[in-house]
Design a protein around this ligand. Structure first.
Ligand code: GTB
Length: 216
Protein backbone atom coordinates (compact mmCIF):
# COMPACT_ATOMS: atom_id res chain seq x y z
CA UNK A 1 0.00 0.00 0.00
CA UNK A 2 1.48 3.37 -1.01
CA UNK A 3 1.62 5.68 2.01
CA UNK A 4 0.54 9.32 1.81
CA UNK A 5 2.31 12.02 3.77
CA UNK A 6 1.40 15.66 4.26
CA UNK A 7 3.68 18.63 3.67
CA UNK A 8 3.39 22.42 3.52
CA UNK A 9 1.71 23.76 0.41
CA UNK A 10 4.00 26.78 0.83
CA UNK A 11 6.91 26.03 3.10
CA UNK A 12 8.26 29.08 4.95
CA UNK A 13 11.77 27.72 4.38
CA UNK A 14 11.45 28.46 0.64
CA UNK A 15 12.48 24.96 -0.45
CA UNK A 16 15.50 24.49 1.80
CA UNK A 17 14.14 21.19 3.12
CA UNK A 18 14.00 22.32 6.74
CA UNK A 19 10.38 21.39 7.48
CA UNK A 20 9.83 18.04 9.12
CA UNK A 21 8.33 16.29 6.10
CA UNK A 22 11.92 16.22 4.74
CA UNK A 23 13.04 13.55 7.23
CA UNK A 24 10.02 11.39 6.37
CA UNK A 25 10.63 11.78 2.62
CA UNK A 26 14.30 10.90 3.15
CA UNK A 27 13.45 7.78 5.18
CA UNK A 28 11.01 6.62 2.50
CA UNK A 29 13.64 7.19 -0.19
CA UNK A 30 16.29 5.30 1.80
CA UNK A 31 14.12 2.19 2.02
CA UNK A 32 12.83 2.49 -1.56
CA UNK A 33 9.19 2.93 -0.59
CA UNK A 34 7.22 5.05 -3.11
CA UNK A 35 4.89 7.59 -1.48
CA UNK A 36 2.34 10.23 -2.25
CA UNK A 37 2.22 13.73 -0.85
CA UNK A 38 -0.84 15.77 0.00
CA UNK A 39 0.01 19.45 0.29
CA UNK A 40 -1.83 21.42 2.96
CA UNK A 41 -2.20 25.13 3.60
CA UNK A 42 -1.76 26.67 7.05
CA UNK A 43 -5.52 27.12 7.17
CA UNK A 44 -6.32 23.53 6.16
CA UNK A 45 -3.99 22.25 8.89
CA UNK A 46 -6.31 23.71 11.52
CA UNK A 47 -9.52 22.34 10.00
CA UNK A 48 -11.33 19.21 11.23
CA UNK A 49 -10.25 16.94 8.36
CA UNK A 50 -6.56 17.50 9.14
CA UNK A 51 -7.06 17.67 12.92
CA UNK A 52 -8.54 14.15 12.71
CA UNK A 53 -5.10 13.04 11.49
CA UNK A 54 -2.97 15.35 13.60
CA UNK A 55 -4.37 16.64 16.91
CA UNK A 56 -1.92 19.57 16.95
CA UNK A 57 -2.75 20.68 13.42
CA UNK A 58 0.74 20.26 11.96
CA UNK A 59 2.65 18.46 9.24
CA UNK A 60 3.88 15.83 8.61
CA UNK A 61 1.27 13.09 8.88
CA UNK A 62 1.48 9.57 7.46
CA UNK A 63 -1.41 7.45 6.20
CA UNK A 64 -1.00 3.83 5.18
CA UNK A 65 -4.27 1.94 4.86
CA UNK A 66 -6.04 2.42 8.18
CA UNK A 67 -2.82 3.42 9.97
CA UNK A 68 -2.53 7.14 10.67
CA UNK A 69 0.57 8.57 12.32
CA UNK A 70 1.81 12.00 13.27
CA UNK A 71 5.18 13.03 14.85
CA UNK A 72 8.05 12.81 12.40
CA UNK A 73 10.17 10.69 14.78
CA UNK A 74 7.40 8.09 15.16
CA UNK A 75 6.85 8.06 11.40
CA UNK A 76 10.55 7.54 10.65
CA UNK A 77 10.66 4.80 13.31
CA UNK A 78 7.66 3.06 11.72
CA UNK A 79 9.29 3.22 8.27
CA UNK A 80 12.58 1.94 9.70
CA UNK A 81 10.86 -0.91 11.52
CA UNK A 82 8.80 -2.04 8.58
CA UNK A 83 11.57 -1.99 5.94
CA UNK A 84 15.18 -3.10 5.81
CA UNK A 85 17.94 -0.52 5.67
CA UNK A 86 17.51 1.97 8.51
CA UNK A 87 17.88 -0.16 11.65
CA UNK A 88 20.49 -2.88 12.25
CA UNK A 89 19.40 -6.50 12.78
CA UNK A 90 21.52 -7.00 15.89
CA UNK A 91 19.31 -6.23 18.92
CA UNK A 92 21.86 -4.11 20.78
CA UNK A 93 22.92 -2.16 17.70
CA UNK A 94 19.22 -1.58 16.95
CA UNK A 95 18.60 -0.28 20.46
CA UNK A 96 21.53 2.10 20.07
CA UNK A 97 20.24 3.35 16.71
CA UNK A 98 16.88 4.09 18.38
CA UNK A 99 18.78 5.83 21.19
CA UNK A 100 20.39 8.12 18.59
CA UNK A 101 16.96 8.86 17.13
CA UNK A 102 15.84 10.07 20.56
CA UNK A 103 19.11 11.96 21.10
CA UNK A 104 18.58 13.83 17.84
CA UNK A 105 14.99 14.83 18.63
CA UNK A 106 15.13 15.18 22.39
CA UNK A 107 18.61 16.47 23.18
CA UNK A 108 20.03 18.15 20.07
CA UNK A 109 16.99 19.52 18.24
CA UNK A 110 15.34 21.61 21.02
CA UNK A 111 17.93 24.40 21.34
CA UNK A 112 18.47 24.44 17.56
CA UNK A 113 14.77 24.78 16.83
CA UNK A 114 14.31 27.34 19.65
CA UNK A 115 17.05 29.45 18.08
CA UNK A 116 15.12 29.50 14.79
CA UNK A 117 11.92 30.47 16.60
CA UNK A 118 13.62 33.22 18.59
CA UNK A 119 15.16 34.63 15.41
CA UNK A 120 11.75 34.73 13.76
CA UNK A 121 9.49 35.74 16.63
CA UNK A 122 11.58 37.63 19.20
CA UNK A 123 13.93 39.76 17.12
CA UNK A 124 12.38 43.02 18.37
CA UNK A 125 12.21 42.01 22.03
CA UNK A 126 14.58 43.63 24.55
CA UNK A 127 15.88 40.20 25.60
CA UNK A 128 16.63 39.08 22.04
CA UNK A 129 20.46 39.26 22.06
CA UNK A 130 20.73 37.70 25.50
CA UNK A 131 18.36 34.85 24.67
CA UNK A 132 20.07 34.17 21.34
CA UNK A 133 23.47 34.12 23.04
CA UNK A 134 22.22 31.65 25.68
CA UNK A 135 20.68 29.36 23.06
CA UNK A 136 23.81 29.44 20.93
CA UNK A 137 25.81 28.51 24.05
CA UNK A 138 23.52 25.49 24.58
CA UNK A 139 23.83 24.50 20.93
CA UNK A 140 27.64 24.71 21.00
CA UNK A 141 27.69 22.56 24.11
CA UNK A 142 25.65 19.86 22.36
CA UNK A 143 27.69 20.13 19.17
CA UNK A 144 30.93 19.83 21.16
CA UNK A 145 29.74 16.63 22.85
CA UNK A 146 28.44 15.19 19.60
CA UNK A 147 31.65 16.07 17.80
CA UNK A 148 33.71 14.33 20.47
CA UNK A 149 31.57 11.20 20.30
CA UNK A 150 31.57 11.08 16.48
CA UNK A 151 35.33 11.58 16.25
CA UNK A 152 36.60 10.28 12.91
CA UNK A 153 33.71 7.86 12.42
CA UNK A 154 31.54 8.05 9.33
CA UNK A 155 28.24 7.58 11.19
CA UNK A 156 27.19 7.64 14.84
CA UNK A 157 27.25 3.89 15.47
CA UNK A 158 28.49 1.67 12.67
CA UNK A 159 26.40 1.71 9.50
CA UNK A 160 24.13 4.62 8.53
CA UNK A 161 20.85 4.34 10.47
CA UNK A 162 17.63 6.19 11.24
CA UNK A 163 19.61 7.80 14.08
CA UNK A 164 21.96 9.43 11.56
CA UNK A 165 19.06 10.37 9.31
CA UNK A 166 17.36 12.31 12.10
CA UNK A 167 20.60 13.80 13.43
CA UNK A 168 21.57 15.12 10.00
CA UNK A 169 18.13 16.68 9.45
CA UNK A 170 18.42 18.39 12.85
CA UNK A 171 21.96 19.70 12.23
CA UNK A 172 21.10 20.97 8.75
CA UNK A 173 19.10 23.74 10.37
CA UNK A 174 22.46 25.27 11.40
CA UNK A 175 23.57 25.85 7.81
CA UNK A 176 24.45 29.51 7.50
CA UNK A 177 24.88 30.02 11.26
CA UNK A 178 28.65 29.37 11.21
CA UNK A 179 28.25 27.06 14.21
CA UNK A 180 28.60 23.81 12.29
CA UNK A 181 31.85 25.07 10.74
CA UNK A 182 33.34 25.26 14.24
CA UNK A 183 33.16 21.44 14.30
CA UNK A 184 34.68 20.19 11.02
CA UNK A 185 33.81 16.55 11.69
CA UNK A 186 30.14 17.49 12.14
CA UNK A 187 30.18 19.59 8.96
CA UNK A 188 31.62 16.61 7.10
CA UNK A 189 29.03 14.31 8.72
CA UNK A 190 26.15 16.49 7.53
CA UNK A 191 27.72 16.70 4.06
CA UNK A 192 27.95 12.89 3.96
CA UNK A 193 24.25 12.64 4.78
CA UNK A 194 23.34 15.22 2.16
CA UNK A 195 25.45 13.38 -0.43
CA UNK A 196 23.34 10.22 -0.15
CA UNK A 197 21.27 9.52 -3.25
CA UNK A 198 18.11 9.09 -1.14
CA UNK A 199 18.63 12.48 0.51
CA UNK A 200 19.05 14.13 -2.89
CA UNK A 201 15.82 12.59 -4.19
CA UNK A 202 13.90 13.69 -1.09
CA UNK A 203 15.40 17.18 -1.28
CA UNK A 204 14.54 17.53 -4.97
CA UNK A 205 10.96 16.39 -4.34
CA UNK A 206 10.27 18.97 -1.63
CA UNK A 207 12.14 21.64 -3.63
CA UNK A 208 9.84 20.97 -6.59
CA UNK A 209 6.86 21.93 -4.41
CA UNK A 210 8.44 25.31 -3.69
CA UNK A 211 9.37 25.87 -7.34
CA UNK A 212 5.85 25.01 -8.53
CA UNK A 213 4.29 27.30 -5.90
CA UNK A 214 6.54 30.22 -6.87
CA UNK A 215 6.05 29.89 -10.61
CA UNK A 216 2.39 28.85 -10.60
N1 GTB B 1 7.17 17.25 16.85
C1 GTB B 1 6.48 17.39 15.57
C2 GTB B 1 7.11 16.45 14.55
O1 GTB B 1 8.30 16.14 14.69
O2 GTB B 1 6.41 16.00 13.61
C3 GTB B 1 6.57 18.84 15.15
C4 GTB B 1 5.84 19.08 13.84
C5 GTB B 1 6.02 20.53 13.40
O3 GTB B 1 6.65 21.35 14.08
N2 GTB B 1 5.45 20.84 12.25
C6 GTB B 1 5.54 22.18 11.71
C7 GTB B 1 4.14 22.71 11.45
O4 GTB B 1 3.29 22.00 10.97
C8 GTB B 1 6.29 22.15 10.40
S1 GTB B 1 7.96 21.63 10.62
N3 GTB B 1 3.92 23.99 11.76
C9 GTB B 1 2.68 24.62 11.51
C10 GTB B 1 1.92 24.92 12.76
O5 GTB B 1 2.34 24.48 13.86
O6 GTB B 1 0.90 25.61 12.63
C11 GTB B 1 8.64 23.03 11.55
C12 GTB B 1 9.26 24.00 10.62
C13 GTB B 1 8.54 25.04 10.12
C14 GTB B 1 9.16 25.98 9.30
C15 GTB B 1 10.49 25.85 9.02
N4 GTB B 1 11.18 26.80 8.21
O7 GTB B 1 10.56 27.64 7.58
O8 GTB B 1 12.43 26.77 8.14
C16 GTB B 1 11.20 24.80 9.52
C17 GTB B 1 10.58 23.87 10.34
Amino acid sequence: MTPTITAFERSPDRGRGLARDMRVRWALEEVGQPYEVRLVSFQAMKEPAHLALHPFGQIPTYEEGDLVLFESGAIVFHIAESHAGLLPDDAHARARAVMWMFAALDTVEPPIFDRTLVMILERKEPWYEQRLHALEGSIRKRLGSLSTRLGDAEWLDGAFSAGDLLMVTVLRRLHGSGMLDEFPNLSAYVARGEARAAFKRAYAAQRAVFTAASTG
